[in-house]
Design a protein around this ligand. Structure first.
Ligand code: BTN
Length: 270
């Protein structure tokens, strides 16, 4: 079987990113971009080898990691498996917003390539029409100063992978509805948006964050349900606080939760 997508070319991506950094960043990163044919996990690789601003990509992962100790199904089908390494001072207050900001970066990159109808499901799932298009896993090391942001984006989902995924998934091929796209351009846009947000992150105000978040939040004011300490909680989503926790309007008032596997009560009308 011939591969549908050409392998990513680290040199071409690197040249595009260097030029972008020079033209758009105040203090350009010297990002090293490593592209592998196969690897255990791009996150694990950067946790060991990454310096500030470095990226790691792979065509497939043998031990792709998802949130909540889940496996991230990583076939060699053109999907994007990408990680970004950055260091932030331990006294930056907005560190707990990093995962949400990474989601905003991905949503903007997808908009750059012409996708519409996508958004973010708290904390940082990328959704298209109530189906999962991608996910983000943040890992930390070195006393919580080193961060690795891992992004998995479904570009093409073979049948045999779909059956291994426990929730409803969608691919970029489906979401773009036959609109042509270039996978390398998708990667370059993702890297650019990540670099821009990483540069702005240290000076990010909560107000600026809230504005961007609301632009992409698919749960805004919607009825949701989730398990919390062996209880089923249901309520209406009501914003995010400074710690990145989700606000749920309950009969007793708003309560904030830092971790939950949120389920929508009613699907989006399309
Ligand atoms: C989730 O569970 O939604 C998060 C999935 C994150 C997957 C990506 S793929 C690239 C990077 N390497 C990994 O092992 N995981 C992340």
């Amino acid at each position: 079987m011939t591969a549908k997508y050409d392998a990513l070319n680290a040199e071409r991506i690197s040249a595009a990113i260097q030029q972008f950094s020079k033209e758009n960043l105040q203090s350009p990163y010297t990002s090293k971009i490593s592209c592998f044919e196969t690897i255990d996990s791009t996150n694990t690789w950067l946790l060991k080898n990454g310096k500030h601003g470095d990226f790691c990509l792979s065509e497939t992962q043998t031990a792709g990691r998802g949130r909540r100790e889940n496996q991230w199904v990583s076939p060699q089908s053109g999907n994007i498996y990408l990680s970004f390494c950055c260091y932030f001072d331990s006294n930056i207050q907005q560190r707990s917003l990093l995962g949400l900001i990474a989601g905003i970066a991905v949503a903007e990159a997808l908009q750059d390539i012409g996708l519409t109808g996508h958004g973010l499901k708290w904390p940082n799932d990328i959704f298209w029409k109530d189906k999962k298009l991608g996910g983000i896993l943040i890992q930390t090391a070195e006393n919580y100063e080193k961060f690795v942001i891992g992004i998995g984006l479904n570009v093409s989902l073979p049948k045999e992978s779909r059956v291994k995924i426990t929730q409803q998934a969608v691919s970029l091929e489906e979401a773009l509805q036959a609109k042509a796209f270039d996978r390398e351009t998708v990667v370059i846009k993702l890297l650019q948006r990540l670099l821009l947000h990483a540069e702005m992150f240290a000076d990010l105000s909560f107000q600026a964050f809230t504005q961007s978040w609301q632009r992409w939040d698919i749960l805004h004011h919607r009825e949701v349900g989730f398990q919390h300490q062996n209880q089923e909680i249901t309520g209406r989503v009501d914003g995010i606080d400074e710690h990145g926790r989700i606000g749920i309007l309950l009969e007793s008032g708003i309560e904030y939760f830092s971790a939950a596997d949120i389920k929508l009560k009613k699907p989006t009308q399309t």
